[in-house]
Structure formats: structure tokens, C-alpha cells
Write a new protein. Structure first.
Length: 320
């Protein structure tokens, strides 16, 4: 009864954590390590899990501190369970310095057998967790110190950008190419499309055309894929226009695979929206000829009118 009274004042979820500890067979002394109102249910859970995994009282006390949120606690618990020493763990078990995601990236370095010297290259609060990841991957992949220093500039590149530059070095792109797409004004997605273009053999003129698209990386992707699929400059130029959405670009690129360029030119106009263009593609898929599709290729027709005219032409074909 006395023990039951101790849980009064706890929420239902907190009480559940205490009950789980008892059912597992934890001693009252162990339960007392987390049965405290200053811990929320998630924090209690992480402490309880550590006890159930056989962590010592001293190990538990390293993270049984309300200053750590449950994510931070979980990383420290995982660290002890993975066999890391306290000397390693104390580098990142600093609740007001590193958040849980940062702590996990530092732990991961030690867990992958990086040296303390190597881990300390990125175990710095000025790096967010994605920036830490880019540096850790660079070390793990054997990039040179100069290569890592090129992108490990948190005041210049964000985490997504750093990861793309890392991927460029990993792919053995030369520094000239990496410097071209490692422009801090390009977001990570744009860098990725330019990097893939270099990796897949696009020439400099083709890459520059891709880079001329200012914001929409999905538009860049359509241009890149066109070149990679063997479309000519003239063909790609038909849709390399930012007035087209990436979906319109995709439709034009698809039509260029099966139709003569001059025929596609008839439909590759900014006068048509995506839904209208889709009616052209459907017509060809259903076996209509170029002349038949042209019958309803009028920008003054909305896509519903186009659809009705397309179906009338198909019906006429069947009747014949």
C-alpha cells in the first residue's frame, strides 16, 4: 500500500512506466531512479529500458537527469549498450550543447570505430546533425583533409549542400566540376541535379543549361534526363522553358521519345496548360494520328472540351 501511494501525483502514462518496471522485476531501488515527477513518461521509459538492459546504476545516472530530453537520453543509453566508454560519451552528453540528433551522429562515429581525433573534427555545436553527417561520411569514406575542409564550412553550406559536395568527391568528380555546383546560392536539390549530370556524362553546355534554371529542381531534372536519354539540344530546347511546369516538361520529353520533333513542336507551347497537354498524350496513346490530335489542339478549348473531342474522334474511328 505504501508503495502504491508513492505513485500518486503521477499521470496515467507515468504510472504505467512504474508498473512495467515492477512487472519486469526491477527492484524498488531501481524503480526509484526514474519514478520521479520531474521525468515525463518518455524519459521514464528510456531510463526503465536501460535498467532492463542491465545498465549499472552509475551508467543510468549519467542520463537520468531531467535536463536531457528523451531523445538525448536514448542516445546515451544506446551508447552504453553498444559498449562505448564514459570518456567517449561525455564528449557529447551535454544537454545544453548538443541536441539528440547531433548526439546521435557523434555516437555513430565512435560506434563505427572512428578515432576520438576524427570524431572531434565534427563534434562541434556549430554543426547541425546533417552537417555532422556529411563530415562523418567524408571521414569514413577516406576523403582527404583538404576535401572535407572544402565543404565543412557551416557559415557557407547547410547540411544538404555539404552532403551533395561530399557525394561529388566520393564519385571522384574533379575539383572544377565540384566548384561549379558547390555554389552556396544553390540549394541541396539543385546541387544534386547538377552533380548527377556531371556523373552521368553531361557536357559543360548541357550542365550550364541545367544550372540556368533558378529555382525548380524538378525542372532541372527533366532537362538532365532528356540529355541522358539521348535527346538532342534542339529537342531539349523545346521544353527547357521555365514557363513550363516540370509536369509539362515531362510530357514533352515523353512525346519526343516516340514522335518526330516537328510534330512535338506543335504541342510544346506555353499556350497549353498541363491538363490540355495530357489530352495530346492520351490521344497518341490511344492510336490517334498527328492530324487527328491536331483537330482538338486549340488553346481556346479547355481540357474538358479537348477530352470530349478526343473521345468523339475515337468513336468515329471505331464506327469505321
Amino acid at each position: 500500500m505504501r508503495n502504491e501511494l508513492k505513485v500518486l501525483g503521477f499521470s496515467l502514462n507515468q504510472r504505467a512506466e512504474i508498473t512495467k518496471g515492477k512487472k519486469f522485476g526491477l527492484t524498488q531501488e531501481q524503480i526509484n531512479l526514474y519514478a520521479k515527477p520531474e521525468f515525463n513518461q518518455k524519459q521514464m521509459e528510456v531510463i526503465r529500458q536501460g535498467l532492463e538492459q542491465g545498465l549499472s546504476r552509475e551508467q543510468i545516472l549519467v542520463y537520468a537527469n531531467p535536463k536531457f530530453d528523451s531523445k538525448q537520453m536514448e542516445v546515451i543509453r544506446l551508447s552504453f549498450e553498444s559498449g562505448l566508454t564514459y570518456n567517449n560519451i561525455k564528449i557529447y552528453a551535454r544537454p545544453n550543447v548538443f541536441d539528440g540528433n547531433q548526439m546521435y551522429k557523434i555516437f555513430k562515429g565512435f560506434d563505427e570505430m572512428l578515432s576520438t581525433e576524427q570524431v572531434m573534427l565534427y563534434a562541434k555545436p556549430e554543426y547541425d546533425f546533417l552537417q555532422m553527417e556529411a563530415i562523418r561520411l567524408g571521414i569514413k569514406s577516406g576523403l582527404s583533409k583538404e576535401q572535407i575542409e572544402f565543404y565543412a564550412q557551416p557559415e557557407v553550406f547547410n547540411g544538404e549542400q555539404m552532403l551533395e559536395i561530399y557525394e561529388g568527391f566520393k564519385s571522384k568528380l574533379n575539383l572544377e566540376k565540384i566548384k561549379f555546383f558547390a555554389n552556396h546560392e544553390y540549394n541541396g536539390e539543385k546541387m544534386k541535379e547538377l552533380r548527377k549530370g556531371f556523373e552521368n556524362g553531361l557536357n559543360w553546355d548541357q550542365i550550364r543549361l541545367c544550372a540556368s534554371i533558378k529555382t525548380d529542381f524538378l525542372q532541372i531534372r527533366e532537362i538532365r534526363k532528356g540529355f541522358e536519354e539521348g535527346l538532342s539540344w534542339e529537342q531539349v530546347a523545346l521544353y527547357a522553358n521555365t514557363k513550363f511546369s516540370y509536369m509539362q516538361m515531362n510530357l514533352i520529353r515523353t512525346l519526343l521519345k516516340t514522335l518526330p520533333t516537328e510534330q512535338v513542336r506543335t504541342f510544346a507551347k506555353t499556350d497549353y496548360n498541363y491538363l490540355q497537354m495530357l489530352e495530346f498524350e492520351k490521344g497518341f496513346e490511344q492510336g490517334l494520328t498527328f492530324e487527328q490530335v491536331k483537330e482538338y489542339a486549340n488553346p481556346e478549348y479547355n481540357f474538358v472540351n479537348m477530352m470530349l473531342r478526343r473521345k468523339m474522334i475515337l468513336l468515329g474511328k471505331k464506327e469505321k
